[in-house]
Ligand binder design. Sequence first.
Ligand code: AMP
Length: 277
Amino acid sequence: MRTKIIKTIEELRQKLSKVKGNVGFIPTMGYLHEGHLSLVKTAKKESDFVVVSIFVNPSQFSPSEDLEDYPRDLGRDLQLLSDLRVDLIFFPREKEMYPTGYKTWVTVDKITQVLCGKSRPNHFRGVTTIVTKLMNLIDPDKMFMGEKDFQQLVVLRQMAKDLNFKTKIIGCPIIRESDGLAMSSRNKYLSEDNRKNALALHKSLLMAKKLFNNNITSTSEIIAKMTELIEDLNGTIDYIEVVDSATLEHLDNLKKGCRILLAIYIGNTRLIDNMEI
Ligand code: AMP
């Protein structure tokens, strides 16, 4: 059976009204890679009916960001999702999600102002709004999200709890290239040299873990060492932070179970990564 592609809300509602059993949902912006596909594979195991959305959500990009250039390859995405026997792909146009006169926004306080929220002020408002709309439309039993975007995962968990969504949010591990670079649609922007320098993210996280295992726990000491490694590979630091995994609160000292998150510019490309300690 070929995967059904649906572009309108009306058709989506019609189709979903006939579905029986557990619905699993994976929201994406397309240009799929093994990271996205790992979420689909987990969803297939845990659900009777799997929906994937592909929507490059304009409201989560600031005017200076890469909305226009964001990589797209619908034909390839459809093939990959068909091969995995996804049941339904929702691929709405911008006007379908944000018709003329659109005015409603969903915001989560505090945890959207730190980390990526500092340099991308409206980003999470765009994410929480589009995910709320998609969750309302699809009403999934489970939603599968990558730990690659760890802050996004924490924010959406908070939102789902606060707004009483029945959907269970399942966090899935980061999928990496064989050399450790976290898979991302934005890796496509990297030149050959930048691709090598992009290893700074994973290498610095591994180094931090090693330092912690050697009983160095001071956040400032560890960040100083990570900074050195990253700058040696020509990376420009947006932030490196050590936080509590549940609350995203800053920690002065690393402890087991905390997270290190970072955003680094490699050339003009902003990459994020994180690791549990
Ligand atoms: P995106 O298309 O970038 O909006 O990502 C859609 C979903 O895929 C999000 O839940 C991401 O966290 C997840 N994702 C992206 N890259 C990876 C990765 N390398 N490993 C695991 N999940 C990922």
